[in-house]
Design a protein around this ligand. Structure first.
Ligand SMILES: Nc1nc2c(ncn2[C@@H]2O[C@H](COP(=O)(O)OP(=O)(O)O)[C@@H](O)[C@H]2O)c(=O)[nH]1
Ligand SMILES: [Mg+2]
Length: 262
């Protein structure tokens, strides 16, 4: 029957879109209220995926809670880092950890506060079943949106994306977002060790290096919802760091081009 064939084709029940060979890397800092429900939602959305929680010794006990979840759920692992060093550092360590596993085919990065909807995960992974190397969860495109953010958060995020897009001449509509799905070979290729950003800066620079490597980058619309539980770790320092990082990436590219032309 054609109807059931269509349903089977649309349902994310096989391969990468079901999470086979996929690690979701979830950095946490004081996400005690969110961790149980977000972990459950991720495991349910991708029935074959594994989850790595990267905790920076959260004072609220998120790390211990993660250990408890990992003890009863074989698909969950925990990487404990000694101190809060920012999102970028947590991802650098988390990516390295999941890439040490040869069965890893793709890696998803997302926030632990439900701003990135786990139900979107199959849609984020689907392009990797085609020829995409990197999927960018994108708020600022048709079908995407930000819900519940005050005007100044929207301004920082939107303004940051426009600034980075202009300075780096990148064709993507959301460069500061942190909901991304990577083919493993691309992470291997971008030399994570050389990235330095901690917050937004990390998101921008990894997309920049992927673009420079000639990766196939696909934008998928997402709805970003402000967190309900816990609090944001965003700070003025993170914004400043990201702006300086964007300028440095552009400057280094100009310098390299001049050297190559000599
Ligand atoms: N491991 C770790 N996770 C962090 C750190 N800073 C933020 N996070 C996590 O990164 C995600 C996004 O951070 P959040 O504070 O929600 O930033 P916002 O969404 O821009 O307000 C959340 O899951 C945080 O718990 C950090 O220094 N270390
Ligand atoms: Mg958040």
């Amino acid at each position: 029957m054609s109807a059931s064939v269509a349903e089977t084709a649309a349902a994310p029940t096989v391969g990468l879109a079901a999470g086979r060979g996929v690690w979701v890397v979830l950095p946490t800092y004081n996400e005690r209220e969110n961790l149980e429900p977000i972990a459950a939602a991720i495991l349910a959305a991708l029935p074959e995926a594994s989850l790595l929680v990267v905790d920076d010794r959260s004072p609220d006990g998120t790390g211990e809670l993660a250990d408890t979840i990992a003890a009863r759920e074989a698909r969950v692992s925990v990487l404990h880092r000694p101190a809060k060093q920012g999102l970028g550092a947590a991802y650098r360590d988390g990516f390295r950890w999941v890439l040490e596993r040869p069965e890893t085919r793709a890696v998803v990065q997302m926030d632990a506060d439900f701003s990135h909807d786990p139900a979107t995960l199959p849609r984020m992974l689907a392009p990797l079943m085609g020829n995409a190397d990197l999927v960018l969860g994108t708020r600022y495109m048709k079908g995407g949106s930000t819900v519940g953010w005050p005007w100044y958060r929207k301004l920082i995020s939107r303004g940051g994306t426009i600034f980075a897009r202009t300075v780096l001449m990148l064709p993507y509509r959301d460069l500061t977002g942190g909901f991304k799905a990577w083919r493993r070979e691309l992470i291997d290729a971008i030399r994570l060790r050389e990235t330095s950003g901690s917050g937004y800066g990390f998101q921008i620079e990894t997309t920049w290096w992927a673009h420079r490597r000639g990766a196939s980058i696909v934008q998928v619309p997402i709805t970003f919802r402000e967190r309900v539980a816990g609090s944001s770790k965003m700070s003025g320092g993170i914004v400043r760091e990201a702006m300086l990082l964007v300028l440095r990436l552009r400057w280094n590219a100009i310098r390299d081009a001049l050297r190559a032309g000599r």
